[in-house]
Design a protein around this ligand. Structure first.
Ligand SMILES: Cc1ncc(COP(=O)(O)O)c(C=O)c1O
Length: 389
């Protein structure tokens, strides 16, 4: 029997991007910006306490949401938990993007914006970072006049490290009258800048976060969207009932309760950043120093052309938080062998681097399990006391 599967055109047309995700555990792993030292030991202790009964139940979100909201200094109604940072980006497509409508991105940047746009059959308007990896602010403000559905800004940007702050963000938000502005703050703990304090005055602002990076929980998949209560209620309508697993919640609560471990990691990254940049200069690799964030550099291509997103795993070196792996790289002769044949510029021996609403009673009936019930207490919100931010 011949079967014809009715696959969507957008799926057939998608330019496949498959990350080299297998067999990486004994390598340098500088390609996904993972935390290279591991999460807090408190996470393992918390996970070990999970009971078989708990694992047999669908997860409950109120308590964890309240406690994680405290980490961000927001009310629980202003926080939506997602299945990793990638999922915190996908929700904007489900909520705002119809096939054929446009999203706006600035490249080079994190490739998942483009990845989802292709799946959702969105038009992709692209601006480029400048030759010194500066953000194309005027271009973005002009492009916002065309009312793209969503503007994605990685802040700081992966891979350039470019960081937008106060005035620049204010100008973007002012121009974004018909656009959801997603500020993807996967590395906010490193840049120490967050747009979260602006959510209440800017209903078009959505901040996406992840616990994969500084908290070291990439394997468990927990991300978040922070926005004003009314705007976030729209996104909640597009969510499945149980998007996040209990282990991720338990682990994240333990990780954020151990601030010293996270702070030590941030400090370590920052310490090695200058050294790393100096080593790259010695190797005659052009680096772009980004204010308060990472070091971006290119390898395996001409100095003055930025890599296209699909090349990120080959051509990117992003030193946000790879200090431990980089230190190991300096001594691990073995690794240099693995690097050979990876398409990178040959580097001298010894120094090889991997590249790379409160619910109304009417709404209460329709309330989604992931949606906060009206019983949230507002007392718990400690606005922006997070020392990591
Ligand atoms: C800018 C940016 N946003 C989001 C993510 C996704 O995070 P997660 O690993 O939690 O899906 C990453 C991961 O590399 C990233 O670099």
């Amino acid at each position: 029997m011949k079967v014809h599967l009715p696959v969507r055109k957008a799926i057939l047309n998608r330019r496949t991007y498959e990350a080299p995700a297998e067999g990486r555990s004994d390598k340098l792993r500088l390609d996904f910006n993972e935390n290279t030292t591991g999460c807090s030991p408190a996470v393992r202790r918390a996970l070990a306490k999970l009971t078989t009964k708990q694992l047999a139940m669908y997860p409950e979100y109120q308590g964890p949401t309240r406690r994680i909201a405290r980490y961000f200094g927001v009310h629980p109604e202003e926080l939506l938990l997602t299945n990793g940072g990638d999922d915190a980006l996908r929700v904007f497509f489900d909520t705002f993007v119809e096939p054929g409508t446009s999203i706006l991105i600035c490249e080079p940047t994190f490739p998942m914006y483009r990845y989802y746009a292709e799946i959702y059959d969105a038009r992709i308007s692209v601006l480029r970072y400048g030759s010194e990896m500066e953000f194309p602010l005027e271009g973005v403000i002009a492009a916002l006049r065309k009312k793209p559905r969503v503007l994605f800004i990685a802040n700081p940007n992966n891979p350039t490290g470019t960081l937008l702050q106060g005035e620049e963000l204010r100008r973007i938000l002012k121009a974004a009258t018909h656009t959801a502005v997603v500020v993807d703050e996967a590395y906010a703990e490193f840049s120490r800048f967050t747009a979260i304090p602006s959510i209440r005055k800017n209903s078009q602002l959505f901040v996406a976060r992840t616990f994969s990076k500084v908290a070291g929980l990439a394997a468990l998949r927990l991300g978040a969207v922070v926005a004003c209560e009314e705007s976030l209620a729209l996104v909640r309508r597009a969510m499945p009932p149980f998007p996040v697993n209990l282990a991720a919640l338990v682990a994240t609560e333990a990780a954020v309760a151990d601030r010293p471990t996270m702070q030590a990691y941030v400090n370590g990254v920052k310490k090695l950043r200058a050294w790393f940049a100096a080593e790259l200069v010695k190797l005659n690799v052009k680096t772009f120093r980004a204010k308060r964030s990472g070091t971006y550099s290119e390898a395996g291509k001409p100095r003055n052309s930025a890599p296209r997103p699909e090349q990120r795993h080959r051509a990117r070196i992003c030193a946000h938080h790879h200090w431990n792996a980089i230190r190991n790289a300096a001594v691990a002769e073995n690794n240099s062998k693995r690097m050979e044949g990876s398409g990178l510029n040959p580097a001298p021996k010894r120094t090889h681097y991997a590249t790379q609403s409160q619910d109304s009673s009417q709404d209460q009936r329709n309330r989604h399990p992931a949606e906060p019930a009206s019983g949230w207490t507002r007392k718990g919100a400690h606005r922006h006391r997070n020392p990591l931010l």
